[in-house]
Unconditional design. Structure first.
Length: 233
């Protein structure tokens, strides 16, 4: 599957639907960012700029990761039968979307195991982020966001699998950019509303609606895959 407008829109919507998970994973970080600035940063507009800079750095990390995954997947498909490789990647992406929906809705925390594996790498990266706290400038907020973009996250991992189907490094980066843009409204809201926004997004009914919609998206991916198999067969 090569990337198209529908794929980019889907990635953006996945980012929006992931808001409850973002609230749980990153809400505390964004809240700490808002109160952890230097005393000179004492207005709400200044703090909002810092939150935006942090999120630009975070999304930049997603784009880099998407380019790496998309490029590697494209290289791998050149080494084996191209169409079969794409079908396998699509099936894997659909499976992870199903896992993500179940995880986000609180029905089966299967992706938490994947997050634990990523935690080993995070132990090496996280101390670097501490060097930028307290936040003293927009570049330091950007760098902190760039570090925190590698926080172990089942949501991000699932969309990275999706980016492997994009067709190349640039396409994978664009898909992750669309996803990151989808996460931006929730993260800015958390920066502005703090714990109140986090509590609302963490409500079980919000999580289950989001999880159910992602499961429907996974079934649609399976339907498209079956169609492709029928044509190929």
């Amino acid at each position: 599957m090569m990337i198209d407008e529908f794929t980019l829109i889907s990635a953006f919507i996945l980012g929006l639907l992931g808001a409850p998970h973002c609230a749980g994973m990153c809400g505390g970080i964004v809240g700490a960012l808002s109160v952890g600035c230097q005393p000179a940063v004492n207005t709400s507009s200044q703090r909002l700029l810092f939150v935006i800079a942090y999120n630009i750095g975070r999304i930049s990390s997603y784009v880099i990761a998407g380019m790496l995954v998309g490029g590697f997947a494209a290289l791998a498909t050149n080494l084996i039968a191209l169409h079969y490789a794409q079908l396998v990647l699509q099936a894997l992406a659909a499976l992870f979307m199903l896992f993500l929906g179940l995880y986000l809705g609180g029905w089966w925390p299967v992706l938490s195991r994947l997050e634990k594996l990523g935690g080993h790498l995070w132990k090496l990266i996280e101390p670097v982020g501490r060097r930028f706290i307290p936040i003293s400038s927009l570049p330091s907020a950007f760098m902190l966001g760039g570090i925190w973009g590698w926080l172990p996250c089942g949501l991000v991992y699932s969309v990275l699998i999706y980016s492997a189907t994009a067709g190349g490094a640039i396409e994978g980066g664009l898909l992750m950019l669309g996803f990151g843009a989808g996460t931006l409204p929730a993260m800015v809201l958390l920066g502005a509303a703090g714990s109140r926004g986090q509590q609302y997004l963490q409500k079980i009914w919000v999580r289950r609606i989001a999880g159910g919609l992602i499961i429907l998206f996974a079934f649609r991916m399976v339907y498209l895959l079956i169609q492709e198999l029928a044509v190929f067969g």
